[in-house]
Design a protein. Structure first.
Length: 255
């Protein structure tokens, strides 16, 4: 089980950037191919300088990680709206953005400094609101009783508090279309399981730390399962495979 735990932890960290959207994985594959071809767009540091910066750092030959903290969605909206010709893709993550540069793009130190400038303090437009029906507890939510006890609540009150708030999709990761939802009441936050399950059912609604999430596919997982939905979260045949996108809003409805 220790090996499985390590595998899940590693895959979760990697998938935040690789599986954020349906085009993320192909984008990363192109990055790797271009790296082998010797395409190096990164800015070369001057003699004696280190290739580091407090706000950004290179993670591959065409991948630039921009630290954004709590303003990830604001950065994402601001940079996306500029349609910068150097950028091929922008992938939100936990407190950062992965910027994928176009093949052959050349960027300057001044451009990178401007890139890291905090976005204007403007009100973000509200994302699409999705209502997600959930079967709480029982076989659909085996961890609900323990989580309610942990929070010092009876199960009905736990369900009411979980479904009473509006969540925001912070980013996608772990699995294609897996939404990391912010807005979980602090008393419902819970650590991941010490022993991950080898299989979590598709549609499982779960708690992991301060995030709530929905499993788009069955597979191993270490989050606390409190319910399940029948809504399809990811379908590669749709124009937009992921049902939820960063900035979208979610309300859970007890089914």
């Amino acid at each position: 089980m220790q090996g499985l735990s390590a595998l899940i932890a590693a895959s979760a960290s990697l998938a935040i950037t690789l599986a954020a959207t349906s085009i993320a994985a192909p984008t990363i594959r192109r990055m790797m191919q271009n790296s082998k071809k010797g395409l190096h767009p990164r800015v070369k540091p001057k003699n004696g300088q280190q290739d580091t910066h407090p706000a950004w750092r290179w993670v591959s030959e065409r991948g630039l990680r921009l630290a954004t903290g709590e303003a990830t969605l604001a950065y994402h909206v601001a940079l996306s709206s500029q349609n910068l010709p150097e950028i091929e893709d922008i992938i939100p993550a936990d407190g950062s953005l992965l910027l994928v540069l176009r093949r052959g793009a050349r960027v300057s130190a001044d451009w990178l400094t401007t890139l890291a400038t905090p976005p204007a303090d403007t009100q973000l437009a509200a994302g699409l609101l999705h209502e997600v029906p959930v079967r709480y507890g029982g076989a659909a939510g085996p961890d609900l009783p323990a989580q309610a006890e942990r929070a010092g609540l009876d199960m009905d009150t736990y369900i009411s508090r979980h479904s009473a708030v509006e969540y925001t999709v912070a980013f996608l990761g772990f699995q294609p279309g897996f939404p990391y939802l912010r807005g979980l009441p602090h008393e419902l936050a819970a650590p991941r399981r010490t022993s991950p399950r080898t299989r979590v059912a598709v549609g499982s609604v779960a708690i992991g730390g301060a995030y709530c999430g929905i499993y788009p596919a069955s597979g191993p997982g270490g989050w606390q399962i409190i319910g399940c939905t029948e809504i399809v979260m990811f379908d590669p045949q749709r124009d937009l495979p992921a049902r939820l996108m960063p900035g979208d809003r979610v309300r859970f409805v007890a089914a």
